[in-house]
Design a protein around this ligand. Structure first.
Ligand code: NAD
Ligand code: APR
Length: 250
């Protein structure tokens, strides 16, 4: 099979629209655990207990602690964006609003790597929301049952601004319209286990985009991609970006 067919797409269109879906794998080399790899987050924690509304209702302190630990680790000095995040930031610097990152990740490494157009469909560790109004505020602090909102009188408790299993993800309308209009759909570092994110590639195919999977190993939806390259994100994403940059006729 001819390699680098995605470059034919990029060469044929002056400023191609590229949608990039990312998952935990793009942050693995920054030291953040993925979910389903060996020793992943879901090996050490039960999804029901820490990533469902029922789990939060049953034992809120456990859930506050789980996300406080992940936020503290994320904001510690030794967790930094890796070469893959930085490469995507450079691609957006060249393509502007024709390059959109749709991430399932709740870390802020895309932003710290230079990306600006980032849609967090599963929420963000650096955000907390009122359990009553859902109004979100930026936070780098730990939150617990005593952290109160400033949008209600009397004040209510806050919860992690994370989309849990069974809840609707954020920005779905924007994501669908970006995929509908894109020329190239790239999936990086996700196992294709969780919907609706795992279904984006088939929607992109229906909309006529060229679809590319960049991952450590084939995902659960790898057969839906027109093209795929496997390896560590810090290597294959940099290769992808430098190839595209050399073909974009600015
Ligand atoms: P799902 O059933 O589509 O998830 C599929 C995978 O998630 C399963 O293969 C399993 O690995 C895991 N999973 C989901 N629920 C589980 C459970 N109760 N116990 C064990 N494993 C479980 O997930 P869903 O419930 O259909 O998710 C629906 C919504 O939740 C989606 O909108 C998704 O975006 C959101 N979501 C958020 C997070 C998060 O942590 N931010 C995680 C997953 C899903
Ligand atoms: N480079 C590229 N890919 C990698 C790397 C790496 N260095 N390390 C791991 N991967 C790949 C793995 O092969 C795996 O396919 O990243 C993927 C990680 O998959 P998951 O752990 O399932 O993470 P993700 O796909 O993001 O999970 C989706 O499920 O539990 C929910 O909310 C959670 O957003 C998450 C969603």
């Amino acid at each position: 099979v001819k390699k680098f067919r995605y470059l034919e797409v990029v060469k044929a269109i002056p400023k191609p629209k590229i949608v990039i879906l990312t998952g935990a794998g793009i942050s693995a080399e920054s030291g953040l655990k993925t979910f389903r790899d060996n020793n992943g987050l879901w090996e050490n924690h039960s999804i029901e207990e820490v990533a469902t509304p029922e789990g939060f209702a049953k034992n809120p302190d456990l859930v506050y602690r789980f996300y406080n630990e992940r936020r503290t680790q994320l904001l510690s000095k030794d967790v930094k964006p890796n070469a893959a995040h930085i490469a995507l930031g450079k691609l957006e610097a060249q393509l502007g609003n024709h390059c959109i990152v749709v991430t399932q990740n709740v870390d802020n490494l895309h932003e710290r790597g230079g990306s600006i157009n980032v849609l967090h469909m599963h929420g963000e560790l650096t955000s907390a929301k009122c359990i009553t109004t859902g109004k979100a505020v930026n936070t780098s602090e730990t939150i617990d049952a005593n952290t109160l909102c400033s949008c209600c009188q009397p004040a209510n408790a806050m919860r992690p601004d994370i989309v849990w299993f069974g809840e609707m993800p954020y920005h779905m309308d924007a994501i669908e319209s970006h995929i509908y209009n894109c020329d190239l759909f790239v999936s990086i570092g996700t196992s294709g286990n969780v919907y609706p994110a795992a279904g984006f590639v088939s929607f992109a195919n229906q909309c006529g985009a060229h679809t590319l999977e960049l991952n450590l190993e084939p995902s659960n939806v790898n057969t839906e991609f027109a093209e795929s390259y496997y390896g560590k994100a810090s290597e294959i994403v940099c290769e992808f970006v430098s190839q595209v940059q050399s073909c974009i006729s600015t």
